[in-house]
Design a protein around this ligand. Structure first.
Ligand SMILES: [Zn+2]
Length: 392
């Protein structure tokens, strides 16, 4: 079983970002960042930061009302204090270029030697350390999130089961080249994915191009948290014969709020069901909210808004045709960014946004939302149950 987040992108030269390398904000104290990132924080030109606002800023206020549009229609890259996110295609082109250069310099090498050199140049110790530390940070944050849930949400036994699955999900990163021996294409791909093997092993892999395109720690956190979440998503639990009542509640909330496409042909966890992807996004948003609120005392103004932007920047359409967007399994970028991410109360708080306005709750055509709208969580009580409760 394999669950992929990123889609293969059709080449389009227009998509290649013209951007300088990573540059980072001035004098940011990054106490909570892993040391490998801290070491790379350098003084550089930054965007003008509005004065002394504890959170929010001009960009943040645009984000509050029009998050999807602001994030996805922005030209060029956004600089947050930890880096940028370039278009997926950019990373793939850079990886392929590295590959070509190696072949050009060493025409006599075998393909194994070329791959070894490619891995050495892309999966550098610094980049590996960044991914590994983000992986550990995300794992710990998700475990803490599970621990924090009240016993009405998860029993002690359920918490144990969920955490055991998180811990079982191993990160696989080359070198050696042999780590991806069954999938050498990954060295030059943007794919980041979770998969469960026939023998029950669970693993996460990170394509080489992703390391080149996504430098922002916040994007890394969202991406790894999304993949980690698949290890405990409703469909994976079902495949493991685990049943957790709180999952039924959040599932009902996703459906009621139109965060899962209500297709007539939909079969729960089937090939055109968005349940597992919506869940993985929702869980990743909890983790990013944690990351952003940690840094809300360190970063301010546009820095926070840019960090939020970069965490979901690569969920935008990137020139794909609708058929390549894979909307069978994923909600549209607009739903993912505006509603799963942008309506999260903690994200809104960090950005200095007020409550979600009624008109922003859902597209009018959905007709699914009424005054009982709330951001989905495990404690969701379906409306039908409310009516029953009133009768009692
Ligand atoms: Zn996914």
């Amino acid at each position: 079983m394999r669950i992929r987040t990123r889609q293969i992108i059709t080449a389009s030269a227009a998509l290649v970002a013209v951007s300088a390398g990573v540059y980072l904000a001035n004098a940011v104290r990054v106490a909570l960042l892993p040391s490998t990132i801290e070491a790379s924080v350098v003084s550089a030109h930054t965007e003008v930061v509005p004065h002394a606002k504890p959170s929010g800023g001009e960009t943040a206020h645009r984000l509050c009302d029009q998050l999807y549009k602001t994030v996805c229609q922005k030209r060029g890259v956004t600089h947050d204090p930890t880096g940028v996110v370039r278009p997926d295609m950019d990373g793939e082109i850079r990886a392929l270029r590295t590959y070509e250069e190696i072949i050009h310099l060493h025409p006599d090498w075998t393909s194994e030697q070329v791959d070894e050199q490619l891995v050495k140049e892309i999966f550098t110790p610094t980049r590996r350390a960044r991914v590994e530390s983000a992986y550990q940070w995300v794992k710990r944050t998700m475990e803490e999130f599970i621990n924090r849930q009240p016993h009405e949400t998860f029993s002690a036994q359920e918490k144990k089961q969920l955490k055991a699955r998180l811990r079982k999900t191993k990160l696989e990163l080359p070198p050696p080249v042999s780590v991806y021996a069954d999938e050498p294409d990954l060295f030059t791909k943007n794919d980041v994915f979770y998969e469960r093997l026939a023998n029950g092993d669970m693993r996460m892999r990170v394509g080489g191009a992703y390391l080149l395109s996504a430098k922002s720690w916040f994007n890394l956190v969202f991406t790894l948290a999304h993949e980690f979440a698949h290890s405990i998503d409703p469909c994976e639990l079902r495949a493991a014969d685990l049943s957790i009542p709180a999952y039924d509640r959040i599932y009902a909330c996703f459906l009621q709020n139109g965060l899962i496409a209500a297709r007539k042909t939909r079969q729960e966890c089937g090939e055109n069901d968005q349940l597992s992807e919506t869940f993985a996004d929702w869980m990743a948003v909890q983790v990013v909210a944690e990351a952003l609120s940690h840094f809300s005392t360190e970063f301010h103004g546009n820095q926070l808004a840019n960090a939020a932007t970069n965490s979901v920047r690569d969920l935008c359409e990137q020139g794909e045709s609708p058929s390549e967007l894979n909307l069978d399994l994923h909600p549209s970028p607009e739903i993912r960014i505006d509603r799963i991410f942008g309506h999260n109360p903690r994200i809104r708080e960090v950005l200095g946004c007020g409550p979600v306005t009624p008109s922003a709750r859902a597209p009018a055509s959905a007709g699914l939302i009424d005054s009982s709208y709330e951001y989905c969580g495990f404690g969701f009580v379906p409306k039908a149950l409310n009516i029953e409760a009133e009768k009692l």
